[in-house]
Design a protein around this ligand. Structure first.
Ligand code: FES
Length: 241
């Protein structure tokens, strides 16, 4: 559609059609899940983040169809849901491979090797930020700090941690994933696919072995041990005085 402005400048207005709704059998299934999610909260709109993970689990990213579905379930507008979905980087806007590989290139990881890992993976996989390998296995992104700086440089696969990485170890992990091998992160349960992970993030049970195990590692506890040992030294000095 062409609109003529008072100034005489022609502006092209692009009209897009509404996204296609989910097929009835998919919508029916998602409605059961959505009802369970919404019931967890005192206000339906509070369920938006897990609902976005639910639709991401369905299609591997958040589509216009998914946005409309979420909006309809909790009485928000499509614009309001879109504003949230585009704010958080965990919600992807383009199709995602089975394994989302995020290399931390924030300051500490970057200087300790994160930049080199990211560069190595770009070359090894032949893709850049946000792209997916032709076999649909790996989507590569550089990501911001994962609050795991004590294990820098870190890489995350489907949001599970791979600590103290090198270009060689990162390449080996992606090779194993593409070969269909079961890969275990440094901490946490064995990896599942991106869509399975999204469903877990929507709040459905994580039934992977060891999913609920784990304890803080030595690097994390170091900051606790320093004041503890200082306090012990002060105590013994006080007793000796
Ligand atoms: S800078 Fe990479 S986890 Fe913090």
């Amino acid at each position: 559609m062409i609109s003529e402005q008072p100034s005489g400048t022609a502006i092209l207005l692009k009209l897009t059609s509404r996204p296609e709704p989910y097929p009835p059998h998919v919508r029916q299934r998602l409605e059961v899940d959505a009802k369970e999610i919404v019931a967890r909260y005192p206000h339906p709109r509070s369920a938006l983040l897990p609902l976005l993970h639910l639709v991401q689990a369905e299609e591997g990213y958040v589509t216009g169809t998914g946005i409309d579905f979420c909006a309809d379930k909790i009485g928000l507008t499509g614009a309001e849901v879109t504003a949230v979905a585009t704010f958080y980087s965990m919600y992807r806007r383009t199709p995602t491979g089975d394994y989302h590989v995020g290399v931390c290139t924030n300051t500490l990881c970057a200087v300790l090797g994160g930049d080199a890992i990211y560069e190595a993976l770009q070359q090894h996989l032949g893709i850049s930020h946000g792209e997916t390998t032709a076999d649909g296995a790996i989507t590569l992104e550089h990501v911001e700090c994962n609050a795991a700086c004590d294990y820098a440089p870190v890489m995350m696969v489907n949001w599970e941690f791979f600590d103290n990485q090198t270009p060689e170890s990162a390449r080996a992990i992606t090779d194993a994933l593409r070969a269909g091998h079961q890969v275990r992160p440094t901490r946490g349960a064995p990896l599942c696919t991106f869509r399975e992970t999204a469903r877990i993030l929507a709040g459905f049970p994580d039934e992977r072995p060891g999913a609920l195990d784990g304890a803080p590692g030595e690097a994390t506890l170091a900051g606790l041990h320093v004041p503890e040992s200082s306090a012990a030294e002060e105590d013994s000095a006080g007793q000796g005085a």
